[in-house]
Design a protein around this ligand. Structure first.
Ligand code: BMA
Length: 346
C-alpha cells in the first residue's frame, strides 16, 4: 500500500525516488527516521568553530548513544540576506558539507526556511502586516525581490549536487506567528505562495516537498490550505509539549494522536507519506520523555520521520535532544534500541 502510494508523489528525480523509497521502507517496517535540527553544527555548550574544515563528527546524539540521527534538519533563514550563515549562526557551507557526509552515511536531510519578512524587513515572526504574502505574489510590490530570494534558495540547494533534500517551506501556517500564517493571508494567497515557490525551485530536482502545518489545527484547516497533490510529497505537522508535568504530558499525547489520525488518513487518501516534522519538550524536564511520552504519542502510527528541534549552544535550557550528561540521556538510549528508531552508525 505504502509503496504503491509512493508512485503518486510529485518528485521525479532518481535521488528523490530513492529517498522516498527509503522513507517508505522504514515506515513499512514500523520504524521512523530520527531527525535532529542543526545536529552537526553545535550542541549543548559547544559549536563548530571552523565550518569549512571541521570533520563534522561531533553530535550530542552520537555522544549519548554512539549513533547519529538518520536525518539532519537545517534552516535557510537569512540566506535571503546574502550572508554566510543562517539566523542561528549555522554556516551555509557547513550545511552543504554536512549534507554530503550525511548522504555518505546513508542518511537524509530536511530544510525549513524562517525567511525574513519581505515587506517590512523584519524577521519571520513579524506579523505587523497582513499584506506580506499578497506583496510577494505576481503583481505585488515585493514580487521581484522575493523571486530573487527564491532563486538564491534554488542556487544553494542545487549546490548540494543532487543529494536529496526534504524541503519544508512556509511551515506552521495555520497559526498566526509567521508572516505566512493563518490570519496573515487568505487560503488562496497561501496556496499561491507555495506554488510560486515550487515553480521557482522545480528545476532543483533533488527536492521532496513537505507540507507541515502546526498540529493543533483541526482537519478542516489542514485540508483547506493544502497546496495540492502535484506539489507536495510528504505531509506532516509540528507539535510540542509545553507546560509542567504531568498535565502537559496527557495533553501532548492527545494532541499528537489527534494530529496523527488526521495526517495519516490524509496521507493515505492522497498517496503521500507522513511525518512528525517538528516536536519536542524544551529542556526535556521529564527524564523518561523518549520512551514514556514520545513513543506512546506515536503508538499505532507509522510516520516516516520524527524531528526534534535544536540544542542551542548558547542557551543552556533551549534543547530538544539529549546531550552527554543530560537527565534524559539514559532514556534516549532505551529509545534508540527500541527497534522503532532508525539511526546511523559512524
Ligand atoms: C526557534 C528557536 C529560535 C530559532 C528559531 C529558528 O524555535 O529555536 O531560537 O532562531 O527556532 O531556528
Amino acid at each position: 500500500m505504502i509503496l504503491a502510494a509512493a508512485a503518486a508523489l510529485c518528485c521525479g528525480s532518481p535521488a528523490g525516488k530513492d529517498a522516498r523509497e527509503a522513507l517508505a521502507g522504514a515506515s513499512a517496517e514500523g520504524k521512523f527516521y530520527y531527525a535532529h535540527q542543526d545536529d552537526p553544527s553545535y550542541g549543548h555548550s559547544w559549536r563548530v568553530e571552523d565550518p569549512s574544515g571541521d570533520p563534522l563528527d561531533r553530535s550530542d546524539v552520537f555522544g549519548v548513544c554512539g549513533q547519529y540521527p538518520s536525518m539532519l534538519g537545517f534552516d535557510l533563514g537569512e540566506l535571503e540576506l546574502g550572508g554566510t550563515a543562517n539566523l542561528d549562526g549555522v554556516s551555509f557551507e557547513l550545511m552543504r558539507r554536512a549534507a554530503k557526509k550525511q548522504a555518505e552515511r546513508g542518511g537524509l536531510v530536511t530544510i525549513s526556511w524562517h525567511a525574513r519578512n519581505p515587506l517590512t524587513g523584519g524577521d519571520a515572526w513579524d506579523v505587523s502586516s497582513d499584506k506580506v504574502v499578497e506583496s510577494v505574489l505576481e503583481g505585488g510590490e515585493k514580487h521581484r525581490e522575493f523571486v530573487a530570494w527564491l532563486d538564491a534558495a534554488a542556487e544553494f540547494l542545487k549546490s548540494f549536487g543532487g543529494i536529496p533534500v526534504l524541503f519544508r517551506p512556509w511551515h506552521e501556517n495555520l497559526g498566526s506567528w509567521f508572516w505566512w500564517g493563518g490570519k496573515l493571508c487568505t487560503t488562496e494567497q497561501y496556496k499561491a505562495l507555495w506554488r510560486l515557490t515550487y515553480e521557482h525551485l522545480k528545476d532543483v530536482d533533488n527536492l521532496l516537498w513537505v507540507y507541515s502545518p502546526n498540529g493543533n489545527y483541526g482537519e478542516q484547516g489542514y485540508i483547506e490550505r493544502y497546496p495540492g497533490d502535484d506539489i507536495v510529497d510528504i505531509v506532516g505537522f509540528d507539535s510540542y509539549q509545553s507546560g509542567p508535568m504531568p498535565d502537559s504530558r496527557e495533553r501532548y499525547i492527545r494532541e499528537m494522536q489527534t494530529a496523527l489520525d488526521i495526517v495519516s488518513r490524509f496521507a493515505s487518501a492522497h498517496g503521500k507519506l507522513y511525518c512528525v516534522s517538528e516536536t519536542g519538550y524544551e529542556g526535556i524536564p521529564d527524564p523518561k520523555w523518549w520512551t514514556g511520552t514520545l513513543l506512546p504519542a506515536i503508538e499505532g502510527y507509522s510516520p516516516c520521520y520524527v524531528l526534534t528541534w535544536r540544542n542551542a549552544w548558547d542557551r543552556p535550557g533551549h534543547y530538544y535532544a539529549p546531550w552527554p550528561g543530560s537527565p534524559d540521556a539514559e532514556d534516549f538510549i532505551a529509545f534508540a534500541v527500541s527497534g522503532k528508531v532508525k539511526l546511523l552508525d559512524k
